[in-house]
Design a protein around this ligand. Structure first.
Ligand code: SF4
Ligand code: SF4
Ligand code: SF4
Length: 578
């Protein structure tokens, strides 16, 4: 590898050729401010915050400037400080600056940088562009009055996810980020993944807030309010309370939900185990009876909407299983209601999800039984954190508590649903035991772990080879689907998650600022915590969950039974012509 030697603020640095000045400075412990830069997502030198003096150029954008031999970089001169400050004032001059009521206050990169640059006044207060807030999506709200046109959302949507439903419109002062032809986000082929939200440095993109309706349900004496958090929530929620990235807070999560006033604290992990029973049986059935293969997982609603909109020819390949939280909602309003003599009409199910697409999913008419939606409200990890704060709960000091019995028990196989490859690994743990007819000890399928975009493997079970693949993020899903269409792959089973990294970095998870993402990858750190949680559990295979065994014994009969189909399976819609 060719190395390049240079100095940055007088410090000698040696880095591989092709490294940018920004990365080189970071390796020397020098932090150059950025706004439009987002590691591996957006690197366009547009915001002019990362200006440095390279000798040859007095004001160069460090995020796009490659290092060169002998370069002498200065990052902190009077001219640089003044230029950055003026750029910041210009940005703020056309910004609504309503920090007090902004959802991103205290986690806003613009606010942080303005404070760090010492901007105490905005000298250029003049005409401001005024935008209507786009509230049309069931998952996402766009407020262009706070947009600084960094284009990080466009890079996430088009570059990473390969969707491309937002882009720049207009020129100069009239530029804004919009959908094509004046359409609203709710009317275009947005898959609701929320990756644009977690890329946005400011409050211009946020999730649809459903917290008030959850508070209203809790306060309603006629409602029996059940809550369920997804696996990935427990390895990220702590970040909202200043805890280290990757801290596992499962016990505190259960305690906080109880203190908020929910009637029952169940766990989506229970339903993840149920999903494996249903999906594993479906897969074996398709393999043994010549069904449509490859079968592709259906837990991720961003991925489902992607198939329905962009690849409807793969709809028959989708597992018919509802996603885990929808399964749990269906079980609460049937089995649990019957056992506890509660009218399902009075039950209100709240899902706490790492995902903004689940908000859209919960409103799908197919996801209901007897006219009752399986899930009544979906809130993200971020919304839950806001509710905990609003309730005055000291989260960090909470003791560890358990989920409630009956539908609150989950295995390690369920926990790993939160990371890319986890559903595949969980399914293999159960399918291998069933086909081999014994309780296997080797249960860690490391070939499907990790953040690589597409992972392929062949596993041999009971002498039979099963070809599998795992993709995370719809950009990677596209590569896999195109390969299948071209006849270049013959997998039996595929796991696809709509978000890069899977649910741990879903669109509803705590937002990690760009400068932290430069040195720590939340996909890796949170997934590590997920696998630690799995390893710490006594039961690590879905079919070993005693509560699930009881559900089949007492209510459903067998996996994929008629009753199981009625409650736990669904259908899909071809949205490509709409
Ligand atoms: S986006 Fe940031 S700077 Fe703008 S109002 Fe919100 S917190 Fe304040
Ligand atoms: S939610 Fe996903 S698909 Fe929709 S605009 Fe954002 S990144 Fe694009
Ligand atoms: S919406 Fe956010 S990410 Fe997109 S351009 Fe505006 S500020 Fe940047």
């Amino acid at each position: 590898m060719d190395l390049v030697s240079l100095t940055i603020d007088g410090i000698a640095v040696q880095v591989p050729a092709g490294t940018t000045v920004l990365e080189a400075a970071r390796s020397a412990g020098i932090q150059i401010p950025t706004l439009c830069y987002l590691k591996d997502v957006n690197q366009i030198g547009a915001c002019r915050m990362c200006l440095v003096d390279t000798g040859a150029r007095a004001l160069a954008a460090a995020c796009v400037m490659p290092v060169s031999e002998g370069m002498k970089v200065k990052t902190n001169t009077p001219a640089i400080r003044e230029a950055r400050k003026v750029n910041m004032e210009l940005l703020l001059s056309n910004h609504d600056r309503k920090c007090l009521t902004c959802v991103r206050s205290k986690n806003c990169e613009l606010q942080t940088l303005a404070e760090e640059l010492g901007v105490r006044d905005v000298r250029f207060d003049g005409y401001k562009t005024v935008h209507e807030i786009d509230n049309s999506s069931l998952s996402i709200v766009r407020d262009n009055n706070k947009c600084i046109q960094c284009r990080r959302c466009i890079a996430a949507c088009l570059g990473v996810q390969r969707i491309g439903v937002i882009g720049t419109v207009g020129r100069g002062f009239g530029t804004s980020i919009e959908c094509a032809f004046d359409q609203k986000l709710g009317d275009v082929g947005c898959i609701n993944c929320g990756q644009c939200i977690t890329a946005c440095p400011v409050g211009a993109l946020r999730e649809k807030d459903n917290t008030q309706e959850v508070w209203d349900a809790i306060a309603d004496p006629n409602k029996f309010v059940v809550v369920q958090p997804a696996p990935a929530v427990r390895v990220a929620l702590g970040e909202e309370f200043g805890m280290e990235m990757g801290t596992r807070v499962t016990g505190k999560l259960a305690a906080a939900l109880r203190r908020m006033g929910f009637d029952k604290i169940f766990d989506t992990n229970y339903a993840a185990d149920l999903t494996i029973m249903e999906e594993g049986t479906e897969l074996l059935g398709r393999i043994q009876n010549g069904g449509v293969l490859p079968m592709i997982t259906s837990c991720s609603p961003g991925w489902i909407k992607y198939v329905e909109t962009y690849y409807p020819e793969f709809i028959p390949n989708l597992s018919s299983c509802k996603s885990p939280h929808e399964m749990l909602g269906a079980v609460v309003k049937s089995y649990y209601a019957e056992k506890n003599n509660i009218d399902p009409k009075n039950i209100y199910v709240v899902s706490v999800m790492p995902c903004t697409a689940k908000k859209f999913e919960a409103k799908r008419p197919e996801l209901s039984n007897n006219g009752l939606a399986d899930v009544d409200a979906v809130i993200t990890t971020r919304e839950l954190a806001r509710m905990i704060k609003e309730a005055g709960i000291d989260f960090v000091s909470l003791p560890d508590e358990e989920f409630d019995p009956m539908l609150g028990e989950g295995t390690g196989a369920a926990v790993i649903f939160g990371a890319t490859g986890g559903v595949m690994e969980a399914a293999l743990r159960t399918v291998a035991d069933i086909l081999e007819g014994k309780d296997l000890d080797a249960i860690e399928y490391t070939a499907v772990r990790g953040i690589e975009g597409v992972k392929e493997a062949a596993v041999t079970v009971a002498g039979q080879e099963i070809k599998i693949a795992v993709a995370n993020g719809t950009g990677n899903a596209e590569k896999l689907l195109e390969k299948i269409k071209a006849g270049e792959a013959d997998y039996a089973f595929i796991e696809i998650m709509g978000c890069p990294g899977g649910c741990v970095t879903g669109g509803g998870q705590p937002i990690v600022p760009a400068r932290v993402r430069q040195v720590k990858d939340p996909r890796v750190v949170r997934a590590k915590a997920i696998y630690e949680e799995d390893a710490a559990l006594k039961l690590r295979k879905s079919h070993k969950n005693p509560s699930i065994q009881k559900l089949y014994d007492e209510y459903l009969g067998q996996p994929n039974s008629h009753k199981a189909h009625e409650l736990l399976h669904t259908t899909y819609v071809d949205r490509s012509k709409k």
